[in-house]
Design a protein around this ligand. Structure first.
Ligand code: PHE
Ligand code: ZN
Length: 892
């Protein structure tokens, strides 16, 4: 009865592949679910009472198969009859009851062991507290159930625990009863009136403090807002609470979505595999995504909290009220919700800065995923382990696809489409096709070609060329698109995409008016719709030879190329009205400059910094009218990871050297300007998180980075002063990073002192310690692996905590390329060792760590061999988790 048909089973040990095309509706539905938890670290008893009925929309079935994993079955009862071994069959991951009627009540008692559950999925312990994580398929680690998102049920949950240890007992919905029990125990019963799939279930028990507030909805209802934290974190909730209220208001205003329960709760937990989880009425957050205080949290941290709080809140509609039919539809909720949170953050802060940051993630990380062995469509066609598909493609590329509807339809029609989608599917489990249908219906547009954005993997390449005819005063733009082959659909000829290209033409003095054949009214930006493999658009009445500004705002997630001259790029950096386009042109200039230096270094020749780049930087540093945030972004060189995506084989050391050389040259030749900028950014105002102040601090940070490349005594003193006197973590950690990154002998002592002092100051603040760990893990000076190995033994490290693992292991392997890719292969062996340990302990985290090894084909033959060797070593491990198995198998 489940869609999990076994196919492609090459040998007994390899996991089953699940296919979208095999989807079948469930044979049974669970109308009501009543759960009772008797909490105990090693022996929690879960009693479930399920009201089941045959699904009228599915083929009839005599037997019922439920999902279950790591459960001890204690008792099973159908209606009033106790079942015996002959009535059912328990397997590794399921329970089948041989004969069931059309409607019945199933009572099931199981035992689980939260204290030894290190996977952080199902019911587990984080420090002193109990909590759950059920998405995607974690509920089956709690009790036998139809653990699939198209089974929606009304949940009632009773939690019983020791009152002194666990004064707070929470679950979804409204508190309907609480009782004092014998022996110091107490119970709380929660009822969630909204039907939901099991992945949205949550339970929390702990000794927690609460910060409380309220929100009056647009229809005048009062909603109680509660954030639960450990007592030590009470002073770090204000920003999350303010963000939550802003998000609630924004969703009413921009999407017409009102909150539906009388209470909304957030709980902060230390041990969490992901950022946060949108459980109905009871969001559970990684502490790193909810706690914020100016003293301990950087601006980036504040922005993350604001974005994630909003993201999880927005899921209440895009995910919970309308959920997903199956996990192939994951981007239906995630892509849409990311688009919503990106727009929210843009409205709260700087739209351009937010766009540049998001596009950087797309181009650096998502493009790499699209170009690697795990490439998959936004709507995948198959998977082995769904946990492996919480990816940049599902989230970020999915959001870009939703953004393209917004671009093609315009804000009003897009909103109508969204309203129709929510109205039509409220209380249902929907598909990506349903979303597209709503957008098509309100606009009368045909999205049949647009759908390839969902079904085809890979990043399309768009090459454009322009041709100006001085006599006819026409400018024609010719585009060519293709999408390279990806391993998951080898040899399949990819169809051309429907691509919105936002275009302006720049003249010497700014944007030119545009007249296309099809348009009467001249405007300065148009959305061209590219649908053919090759297509030409002609602009009329173009009075001078223009420089085209293409894909403004990154209007489509493609790799675009246009044969710009360096001077053209310079014109865009100064003349374009689109902030993203200005940034992008500057970045292209920097890329060219770095490539030039790489070419010279390869031939061991002299080189000179590209004068146009130098001039552009000087102009940015002297023009005080510019937005400091834009200056900071535009003066930041493309990262090692970004450069690595531009050419294969990736020349790890050469990129590193050339980047540093360009940075040093800019630092040296603009030293006085940087010093002036730094001083201009100093502020005596108290810390506030708003676009203007964040902008100033970001430019101050970039200035300090350049100044500290080759610091004078004066600069070193400024840096140390900032490190010691800062009243906020943004400035303090910027100074620490600048000291740690400084290789000048002059700063040798200050560098060591800063790290030691920082730890002394902050050793009791887990999230600040993570920052301290990651600064060291990213330190690109020689000997990093030794230092990283020492960090793993440091008392501040905790090998069971995902945030610590990410701060050290992930940062080293992803953000310290020269050391991770050391030519002796030591970095690869180190990572494989870590993965093999985590494979048993926490398969999701183990699988995520594999990322850098899977990209082996992008490196030189020598490194390829070394990386493959470690992948093979992992593959030969006998008890490989599904998670790790899938990624390793697909990358070899
Ligand atoms: N659904 C969560 C989100 O994006 C992410 C998540 C997935 C969290 C799986 C935990 C486990 O908001
Ligand atoms: Zn989400």
């Amino acid at each position: 009865m489940t869609a999990n048909t076994a196919v492609n089973q090459t040998d007994k040990n390899s996991p089953t592949t699940i296919y979208l095309k095999d989807y079948l509706p469930p044979a049974f539905l669970i109308e009501k679910t009543h759960l009772t938890f008797q909490l105990d670290p090693e022996k929690t008893t879960v009693t479930s009472v399920l009201q089941c009925v045959a699904n009228p929309k599915a083929a009839p079935s005599q037997s019922l198969t439920l999902h279950g994993q790591d459960l001890k079955l204690v008792r099973l009862q159908l209606n009033n009859k106790a079942l015996t071994a002959a009535d059912y069959c328990v397997e590794e991951e399921s329970l089948t009851i041989h004969a069931v009627p059309d409607a019945f009540t199933l009572t099931c008692v199981t035992e689980i062991s939260p204290a030894t559950n290190s996977s952080l999925e199902g019911l587990y312990k984080s420090r002193t507290m109990y909590c759950t994580q059920c998405e995607a398929e974690g509920f089956r680690k709690i009790t036998y159930y139809l653990d699939r998102p198209d089974v929606l049920s009304e949940f009632t949950t009773t939690v019983i625990g020791d009152k002194q240890q666990f004064p707070v007992l929470l679950s979804n919905g409204n508190l309907v009863a609480s009782e004092q029990l014998e022996n110091g125990f107490h119970s709380a019963t929660w009822h969630d009136p909204f039907k939901k799939p099991a992945y949205l279930f949550a339970l929390v028990a702990g000794d927690l403090q609460v910060v409380e507030d309220n929100f009056i909805t647009c229809s005048g209802r009062n909603v109680v807002l509660k954030i639960f934290v450990e007592p030590k974190d009470l002073d770090k909730c204000e920003h999350a609470m303010a963000s939550l209220k802003n998000a609630m208001k924004w969703d009413e205003e921009v999407y017409g979505r009102e909150y539906d329960l009388d209470i909304f709760m957030i709980v902060a937990v230390d041990d969490f595999n992901m950022g946060a989880m949108e459980n109905k009425g009871l969001n559970i957050f990684n502490t790193s995504c909810v706690l914020a205080n100016p003293k301990t949290t950087t601006d980036a941290g504040f922005a993350r909290v604001e974005g994630v709080v909003a993201h999880e809140y927005f899921h209440n509609w895009s995910g919970n009220r309308v959920t997903c039919r199956d996990w192939f539809q994951l981007s239906l909720k995630e892509g849409f919700t990311v688009f919503r949170d990106e727009e929210f953050s843009s409205d709260m802060g700087s739209r351009t800065v937010k766009r540049v940051e998001d596009v950087n993630v797309m181009r650096t990380l998502q493009f790499a995923e699209d170009g690697g062995p795990m490439a998959h469509p936004v709507q995948p066609a198959s998977f082995m382990e769904i946990s492996n598909f919480y990816t940049l493609t599902i989230y970020e590329k999915g959001a870009e696809v939703v953004r393209m509807y917004h671009t093609l339809l315009g804000p009003e029609l897009f909103r109508q489409g969204s309203d129709l989608y929510f109205e039509r599917h409220d209380g249902e489990a929907a598909t990506i096709e349903d979303f597209t249908a709503a957008m098509a219906e309100v606009s009368g547009r045909d999205f049949s070609q647009f759908k390839y954005w969902y079904s085809q993997a890979g990043t399309p390449v768009v090459k454009a060329e322009g041709d100006y005819c001085a006599q006819a005063k026409t400018f024609s733009l010719t585009f060519e698109q293709y999408c390279p082959d990806t391993p998951e659909a080898k040899g399949s000829d990819k169809k051309p995409y429907h691509i919105p290209v936002n275009v302006s033409l720049l003249g010497k003095a700014g944007l030119l008016p545009l007249t296309l054949d099809s348009q009467a009214q001249p405007q300065t930006e148009v959305v061209l719709e590219l649908t053919e493999a090759q297509q030409t658009f002609v602009f009329n009445d173009v009075q001078e030879e223009p420089v085209p500004s293409l894909f403004r705002g990154f209007s489509a997630p493609v790799k675009s190329a246009y044969p710009y001259k360096k001077a053209d790029l310079l014109r865009i950096t100064t003349q374009d009205s689109d902030g993203f386009a200005r940034f992008d042109a500057m970045q292209q200039l920097a890329v060219v400059a770095i490539f030039d230096v790489m070419a010279a270094l390869r031939k061991q020749e002299e080189w000179q910094l590209e004068p146009l780049l130098l001039n552009a930087v000087k102009e940015l540093l002297t023009n005080e009218a510019l937005d400091p945030a834009m200056v900071a972004l535009m003066c930041t060189l493309p990262s090692q990871a970004y450069m690595s995506g531009l050419a294969t084989p990736i020349e790890v050391e050469l990129i590193h050297q050339a980047r540093n050389a360009v940075k040093a040259a800019i630092a040296e030749q603009c030293f006085d300007l940087w010093l002036a900028v730094y001083n201009r950014c100093l502020s005596t105002k108290a810390y506030a998180f708003n676009a203007n102040d964040v902008a100033l601090r970001s430019l101050k940070k970039v200035a300090l980075e350049y100044l500290m490349v080759k610091p004078t005594e004066e600069v070193l003193a400024l840096c140390v002063k900032q490190f010691n006197n800062a009243d906020n973590m943004t400035d303090e950690s910027a100074a620490m990073s600048a000291l740690v990154d400084c290789t000048a002998p002059l700063a040798a002592k200050e560098r060591v002192d800063a790290l030691a002092q920082f730890y002394e100051r902050w050793k009791d603040e887990a999230l600040v310690v993570n920052l301290w760990l990651s600064v060291q893990a990213a330190d690109s000076t020689p000997g990093a692996l030794k230092r990283v190995e020492a960090l793993l033994k440091h008392p501040a490290y905790d090998s069971a905590n995902p945030n610590k693992i990410r701060s050290v292991v992930s940062v080293f392997c992803n953000q310290n390329a020269v050391n991770f890719h050391a030519i002796d292969g030591s970095g690869y062996v180190f990572l494989a060792d870590q993965i093999l340990v985590l494979n048993k302990q926490n398969p999701q985290i183990a699988s995520r760590l594999l990322g850098p090894l899977t990209k082996w084909q992008k490196y030189d033959v020598n490194r390829q061999g070394l990386m493959r060797e470690q992948l093979l070593r992992i593959q030969s491990e006998p008890a490989l988790s599904k998670d790790v198995y899938e990624v390793v198998a697909k990358s070899l």
